[in-house]
Design a protein around this ligand. Structure first.
Ligand code: 5AD
Ligand code: FES
Length: 351
């Protein structure tokens, strides 16, 4: 059997391991292996991105969702969830405020809310791009039709985030109601890529029923799909979902996987997520120190933040945008990194 140290060195050189080797790396995780991975990931990350941390302003445009993912606090069956949607004017004022604060990427994220038709979104995207031509627009609005993805791209959207959630079909089915299909999720990711979006996939760490083999498949999927970005964060139970009493995911395992992802794809955009910061007060700093290079502070109006509750105890729900940006800048500086003011495209992007 190959020891972990050899596997890690092989991963750093070849940017690839066999599925069973990813599984071994996960199953036999030790503090020593974590340290070796972290050091390699930081080295690789510094070679590609230096000490720059890319920043995206997250605007949570709607908490209405027609889906019923079992893990999510804004699932349609959660009658207790508070619903809101921002108007295009409110979204534009978030961008205006964000631009003044130095954000050059706006992420429009929301539940799958049928109110946000292409007729609403296309002119909105076009307006953002016209008013702030040096900015990138990222969408994170779930599954839509191929035609819709095409129309939104033609209206000017640059990037699309759609977490694959898990690369194992049976696991996907354990996390979602029957009407959601693993095959369609994967197909959407393919379509988005073919349309020329910079695509982000991603998964939760420690979601119910997840095995080390599932995580190994997630890593293999990222290796083969070659997304521009991959968002991962620990699963955190929400008290009004069927998974209320499941244990949450592990911060340590999330950090370990961030380091592995950095070695799989040195140029990958890897966010230190809000979920990481929710489970550990310095989780996002630890994420950066494990190989992540992106942070996504909240730009949503403070009045709606408590209503976009995917999981319990989410941070930054009472803070002003300026406070979040300043807070993250200070946090990044405390570990020797700095937030940058530009679009933050992936290193090799020729778009
Ligand atoms: N814990 C952690 N992450 C969650 N997400 C949804 N619900 C939870 C939860 N309870 C993640 C999903 C989704 C993204 C927007 O948030 O991966 O794609
Ligand atoms: Fe929001 Fe720290 S990032 S207050």
């Amino acid at each position: 059997m190959t020891d972990l140290s050899t596997l890690i060195r092989r991963l750093e050189c070849a940017h690839s391991l066999r599925l069973e080797d990813y599984q071994t790396l996960i199953e036999e995780r030790t503090p020593q292996a974590a340290q070796q991975l972290r050091e390699a990931a930081v080295r690789v990350r510094k070679a590609v991105y230096g000490t720059a941390v890319y920043v995206r302003g997250l605007i949570e445009i709607s908490s209405y969702c027609k889906n019923d993912c079992l893990y999510c606090g804004i699932r349609r069956s959660n009658r207790l969830a508070q619903r809101y949607r921002l108007t295009p004017e409110e979204i534009l004022s978030c961008c205006e405020e964000g631009y003044a604060l130095g954000f050059r990427t706006f992420v429009l994220q929301g539940g799958e809310d049928p109110w946000f038709t292409d007729e609403v979104l296309c002119p909105l995207i076009a307006q953002i791009k016209a008013r702030w031509p040096d900015c990138a627009v990222t969408l994170s609005l779930g599954e839509r039709s191929d035609e819709s993805y095409k129309a939104l791209r033609e209206a000017g959207a640059d990037r699309y985030l759609l977490r694959h959630e898990t690369a194992t079909k049976s696991h996907y089915e354990a996390l979602h109601p029957a009407e959601l299909s693993f095959d369609n999720r994967m197909r959407c990711l393919q379509v988005l890529k073919e349309l020329g979006y910079q695509v982000g996939c991603g998964f939760m760490v420690g979601s119910p029923h997840q095995t080390a083999q599932d995580l190994a498949r997630d890593l293999k999927f990222v290796e083969q799909f070659r997304p521009a970005m991959c968002g991962i964060g620990p699963f955190i139970p929400h008290h009004d979902t069927p998974f209320a009493n499941e244990p949450g995911g592990s911060v340590e395992l999330t950090l370990y996987l961030l380091s592995i992802l950095r070695l799989i794809e040195p140029e990958l955009l890897l966010p230190a997520t809000t979920a990481l910061g929710t489970l550990d007060p310095i989780g996002r700093e630890k994420g950066i120190q494990a190989g992540a290079n992106v942070v996504m502070p909240n730009l949503s109006p403070v009045s709606v933040r408590k209503k976009y509750m995917l999981y319990d105890n989410k941070i930054c729900t009472g803070e002003e945008s300026a406070q979040c940006k300043g807070c993250l800048a200070a946090r990044m500086a405390s570990v020797g990194y700095e937030l940058v003011t530009h679009r933050g495209d992936p290193m090799a992007w020729k778009g």
